[in-house]
Design a protein around this ligand. Sequence first.
Ligand code: FEO
Length: 393
Amino acid sequence: MSVKLAEGVYWVGAIDWNLRYCGSYETPLGTTYNAYLIVDEKIVLIDCVKHTHSVEMIERIREIVDPKDIDYLIVNHAEPDHAGNIEDVLKIAPRAEIICSKRAEDSLHGYYKIDRPLKIVKTGDSLNIGKRNLIFVEAQMLHWPDNMMTYLKEDHILFSNDPFGQHIATTERFVDQIGEGIVMDHASRYYAQIVLPYSQLVLKKLEEVKGLNVPIDMICPAHGLIWDKKPERIINAYAKWASGETEKRAVIIFDTMWGSTDKMAREIARGLMDNGVQTTVYPVRFSEWSLMIRDVMLSKILLFGSATLNMTMMPVLRGILEFIKGLRPPGTKIAAAFESYGWGGGAYKNLIQTLKEMKFEVVEPGPRSKWAPQEEQLKECYEFGKQLAQKIK
Ligand code: FEO
């Protein structure tokens, strides 16, 4: 069923219960592809859905209008989860004029067969659709160069596309129907994985939108639940995450071969927790990347531990460190490493080098244990946790 959001404004998207990865991003709860229909003197479709969900979306549109009557198709972003079924839509909406940003010329033609000219818009351009007006706001790199947002002026609704979304498949459409806590949890994972590298641009965009001096009563993102009440909750959260503000907490991510690094991780965690620092410990091979990355974003202290394998760190740990490096978390972070090894070390050295390349404030020396850690090494781990906790007192 389509869902009415305001007079003449409807959700006509699709629910993907099966999705477990969106690009490189784990999506344990699936997702939704949100498309929106505005019925005024003109009929406007905002965004499409992934090609796998084309029928579901088109059925929802048909509940409200005949698709052949659609006048405008606004493509806020051409990535295939939002424009994947555009060729199906164009077939049944022969007179729909496509509206998009300048950068979407490339991505739309690169992905799809587009059979009509594109109308290019830029920030501040508007479109009268009868009793109401749409205003366009470019949002380059949030999170692709082609992204833009569309604002429905008279209803104070912002169709934000990827920003402000979350990957949650649910029968509910509004944030407070399932609870702010769970939505914010997934919104923070989403931010950490796809928006984090562009945090400076987020801060700039938030200022720009504030400068437009337009009220925003509802934010309709392209994934997940709609912020139909108090949308400032997610706007303020984005401002916090983008500014690199961290909490008094630590995250420990490690990989182990025979359990020694695991024992060390738990002792360091004890030293942190006994000294007032909330700490989460992740065995990297069995943990969700979205959770670990989100905790890296929010934590002041980051610890990485590894057994030595082939004179370097374990490969899965290398993988997540590469990912974190690319995300360039903002703000000042304290980072440290620890290692267990047998015949010869190497993981610690590689970890420290990597953390320095990532411009963290690196605390050395971290604990190293030859063979299984004995009482003395475990005490050293505990003391190291305590030492780090004292740094952020
Ligand atoms: Fe949800 Fe950038 O795609």
